[in-house]
Every structure is written in structure tokens, then in C-alpha cells.
Design a protein around this ligand. Sequence first.
Ligand SMILES: Nc1nc2c(ncn2[C@@H]2O[C@H](COP(=O)(O)OP(=O)(O)OP(=O)(O)O)[C@@H](O)[C@H]2O)c(=O)[nH]1
Ligand SMILES: [Mg+2]
Length: 206
Amino acid sequence: MPVVEEPHLHRLTVSFAGSAASPDQFPRDGLPEVAFLGRSNVGKSSLLNALAGAPGMARVSSTPGRTRLVNFFRVGSELYLADLPGYGYAEVPDQVRRSWDRLATSYLLGRDPLALCVLVVDARQEPSAGDETLRTWLDHHRLPYVVAATKADKLGRGATKARLADLEHGLGRQARGVMAVSAETGEGLGPLWRTVRAAAAGRRED
Ligand SMILES: Nc1nc2c(ncn2[C@@H]2O[C@H](COP(=O)(O)OP(=O)(O)OP(=O)(O)O)[C@@H](O)[C@H]2O)c(=O)[nH]1
Ligand SMILES: [Mg+2]
């Protein structure tokens, strides 16, 4: 698999802007936000770090359920990237799951600065029931999203193409775009970053 070098983040400083356990802790300055959503352990935090060009900024773990708060990262004076807790991890107690759901829902609904959601799925797997539920919910609430199939470094070119075609007809049929990405090789980060920035710029002009 060729490594695609895409220097996509020139001269923008990215910094951790805080964690929120409830809506009163979300940022207040009104900058547009782009949220990363997906199954637990799918690679949301890794993708965010790779996009930001800041390894280790958002915590990455081989233990599912690592991200339990909404973590915000400020990109220059342009936008926030919001790293949301993952869903669908079977081992968590119901009470913990409910508090995650509540936090994610309180973020996604009525969050005025939210410009775009990035629905992160594993390029090697069929979308999960949780992915389908989230997609239906995003469509219902008319929240704009793209589907990013990550860990594409684990797949050959042909298999990646086939997965993208499946996603375009399935999970991502109402999405603004479907793309293959890898936090490992940087594949697809340029197009994803341009989409993120364009959505944020569009929101600022509203
Ligand atoms: N090969 C490969 N591994 C990846 C990639 N992205 C993430 N991983 C690995 O997948 C595991 C989970 O990554 P995280 O970024 O913590 O996943 P997450 O979705 O933020 O997980 P939660 O916060 O628990 O919901 C880690 O072991 C990562 O190293 C990728 O693009 N390629
Ligand atoms: Mg995470």
C-alpha cells in the first residue's frame, strides 16, 4: 500500500481546549465545531490526532471506551474538533452506557456551532447496528455528516474500493461524502481535512 503524503495542516496551531462532562462545559466562543462519532475503539481519537498532525493529543488506547467525555481541540481561530465517546462497547455497565448516550445526545442536539459530523467506521468491517442507528438518527435530525472508513492501511486497494462502494450505497447514501482514511499512513487525510474546513467556513458565513 503506497503511503500518500498529504501535508494538509500548514501553519495552524492545534491545542487541547478542554473536556466536557455536561453541556455547560462545552466551548462558548461560537467557533464552528466538527464532531467525530463512531463505535468504541474504531479509531476516532487516532484519526483526530492524525488530522491535527499532533500524535498523542487525543488519547488513543487498545482498550475500548477510552474516551468518556467530549474532548475539544481548537484549530487556530477556525474551528474545534470534538472527540466524542464511542458507542457499542458491550462490556460497559448499562448505567455508564446511558450516561454516554446522554452526553452524546446533549451535544448533538441543539449544538448551534456544529458544522459537520464525521461518522468513523472500520474499513474492514460491515457497519454495526450502532452505526446504522446513529446514521438514522443523524438523518432524522438533519445533521450533516461524512463517513470516514478508517484503518484503510489494513486493506488492499481493491478491498478498499469495494468497501467504499458498499458504504456509498448503504450507510453513507445520505452522507455528504464517503472516504477511506488511515491514521497510520495518512491516506485520505487531505480530502477529509478540506471537507472539515469547508464545512466550518460555511458555518462561519451563515
Ligand atoms: N492500523 C491502524 N490502526 C489504527 C488506526 N486508527 C486507530 N488504530 C488503532 O485502533 C485502536 C483504537 O484507536 P482509538 O483512536 O483509541 O479509537 P477510538 O475510536 O478513539 O476509541 P474510544 O475512545 O475507545 O471510543 C488503537 O490501538 C489504535 O492504534 C489506523 O488508521 N490504522
Ligand atoms: Mg477515543
